[in-house]
Design a protein. Structure first.
Length: 561
């Protein structure tokens, strides 16, 4: 039974490079969040443990963090844990997986004992079938009370519970189910580094000059994926800003900077062409969001940050936090995580949203389940049944445009809100508290599950010589007698070990010395394996493995003359 106290504040990070990369052609929110968390860890701690499925990813990690370490002259104690040795995470309290699918890792843990360490996941998007499947597995997996999945918002917490409850209700209608063990589901938001978004008036002037924007113009900035089917439909925003443009002074213009990336030319053309049709009065700027410098150019030149997300794929929304950290008033949809990060009438405004009720999406869900539509179409069809109130948006945007004082007030409030609640050191402290809580639960509660926590292989990965024990004529045992043969195999043991049909398994076979020692201990008159053990002084496992190999290739037999 485990009794170790962890040495470090929190967990070894499961690191696959793709999940932390913000340099590719398709940067997703989970990647930006993963990199932000990793970067914060490195900035605020002098150690880092990573759990690696692929050893070469350690070099990739080093290449990513080296520029920061060189610039800051910081030293980092970097340790790695191989994929086959997850129990070494015990001194860190466990493994942090950047997604909710920790069931697979609990299966791996059973080999060492479930009381050895905790497993911690986190929600990003919860809309995909794969993610929902991983959540649905939780009630009937090897999850223990000292495991956890961090929910980044109360809406996500609600979604996760609905999936879990549905799975339990479904199984309960068929068999008796009680005493279900579930992971802890704490609500901890994502964080930002407040110091990354400190812009002064000189930054603002220079950025606007670079973009050809006059000082008196109003600049709205959007940062994020540019996708009408998977992030935020652009038309409600376009309709609102064109309406507001009609109310401006003659010497003013509205600029909308949209910084992100398009999945393809079809989506890109939709944004550009529909922008020209719907917003003839608006100056459009599209910047490549894969270049991090463009994010800073966008935020430093803006008067208002805007994001009208209406997609079920959105779970938290990090970019409004970045807008607030930059001192901007924010105008966001009253949707999912935005509901909790943006205080309506304090940091900016939240625009009303609407959707259909239960039962009006089953057709879409069924089509997706039956693969008649793919994931993109699943979320794309869903978004057409969600609405952002354009009139409400016009009213609130007009208020922000007309009042510089209100923009400054909201921007100041939002920046303080970030400093007090979302700066990474604050979020990391919540992670530390969770890590310590899980460790204490593990040390205390594991006593209730002593038998379950005994090291064992999972049912789907049992010892093949146990589950297929009825296949052979007999199982080799130490009190059985075997006989040395002659002339059946004229090749030496060394030669046979070199055969291509055998040497592929050399790593799992006894050594040539062990095989020869066991072989020469036998004679034609027969000998028990127990006597061979005494003579060779090898333990039972080695002798049995040597015996079956020698039997397989004709050096021994159980049939005496």
């Amino acid at each position: 039974m485990s009794s170790i106290s962890k040495k470090y504040p929190f967990w070894s990070i499961y690191y696959e490079d793709e999940g932390f990369s913000i340099t590719g052609d398709r940067i997703m929110g989970r990647q930006a969040a993963g990199w932000s968390y990793l970067n914060a860890h490195i900035k605020h701690y002098d150690h880092l443990s990573v759990y690696l499925k692929y050893i070469e990813h350690k070099d990739m990690l080093i290449s990513r963090i080296k520029p920061f370490l060189n610039e800051s002259k910081k030293t980092l104690d970097l340790k790695s844990i191989s994929y086959t040795s997850p129990h070494l995470s015990e001194e860190y309290g466990g493994i942090f997986y950047p997604g909710p699918g920790i069931s697979e890792f609990t299966t791996h843990r059973s080999y060492y004992g479930h009381d050895k360490y905790s497993l911690i996941g986190i929600t990003h998007t919860t809309a995909s079938e794969r993610v929902m499947q991983s959540i649905a597995k939780l009630p009937f997996s090897n999850i223990m009370p000292w495991d956890s999945i961090i929910c980044t918002s109360e809406c996500v917490y609600d979604t996760v519970n609905k999936i879990i409850d549905h799975e339990i209700d479904k199984i309960s209608s068929k068999i008796s189910v009680k005493d279900i063990i579930l992971p802890k589901l704490p609500i901890i938001p994502l964080g930002v580094d407040k110091n990354d978004f400190n812009y002064n008036e000189e930054n603002r002037k220079q950025s606007r000059t670079n973009l050809g924007i006059k000082d008196n113009d109003i600049v709205l900035s959007y940062v994020g994926r540019l996708s009408f089917h998977a992030k935020a439909h652009h038309l409600p925003m376009y309709l609102a800003i064109e309406n507001c443009a009609q109310q401006l002074k003659k010497d003013q213009k509205i600029h909308i900077i949209q910084t992100g990336w398009f999945a393809n030319d079809f989506v890109k053309n939709a944004f550009i062409e529909e922008g020209k049709k719907v917003c003839p009065s608006i100056e459009f700027h599209f910047l490549d969001g894969k270049d991090q410098n463009n994010k800073h150019l966008t935020l430093s030149s803006a008067d208002i940050f805007i994001s009208l997300s209406d997609n079920i794929q959105e779970t938290f929304g990090i970019t409004p936090l970045e807008g607030m950290a930059a001192g901007l008033p924010v105008l966001v949809s009253d949707w999912n995580g935005y509901k909790y990060t943006v205080r309506d009438g304090i940091d900016g405004y939240r625009v009303k949203t609407y959707s259909l009720g239960k039962g009006y999406g089953t057709d879409i869900a069924h089509k997706h389940m039956m693969t008649s539509i793919d994931y993109d179409n699943y979320i794309g069809m869903s978004v057409q049944r969600v609405a952002v109130d354009v009139k409400d948006c016009i009213n609130k945007l007009s208020d922000l445009i007309s009042s510089k004082e209100k923009r400054l007030e909201f921007g100041k409030n939002g920046k303080k809100h970030i400093n007090d609640n979302y700066d990474w050191p604050i979020i990391l402290r919540q992670y530390e508290e969770l890590s310590e809580e899980l460790n204490q639960i593990r040390l205390k509660e594991s006593k209730k599950y002593k038998e379950f926590c005994e090291p064992r292989l999972p049912s789907e990965n049992l010892d093949p010589f146990y589950i297929f024990a009825s296949y052979p004529s007999e199982i080799i045992k130490s009190d059985y007698t075997y006989y040395k043969t002659e002339m059946i195999n004229k090749y030496s043991i060394k030669d046979v070990l070199a055969f291509n049909s055998i040497n592929y398994a050399n790593h799992y076979l006894p050594s040539e010395l062990e095989l020869k020692s066991v072989y020469y201990a036998f004679d034609k008159s027969g000998k028990k394996l127990s006597d061979v053990m005494k003579e060779t002084k090898f333990d039972e496992e080695i002798v049995l493995k040597c015996c079956v190999w020698l039997l397989k290739y004709g050096y021994l037999t159980s049939i005496g003359d």
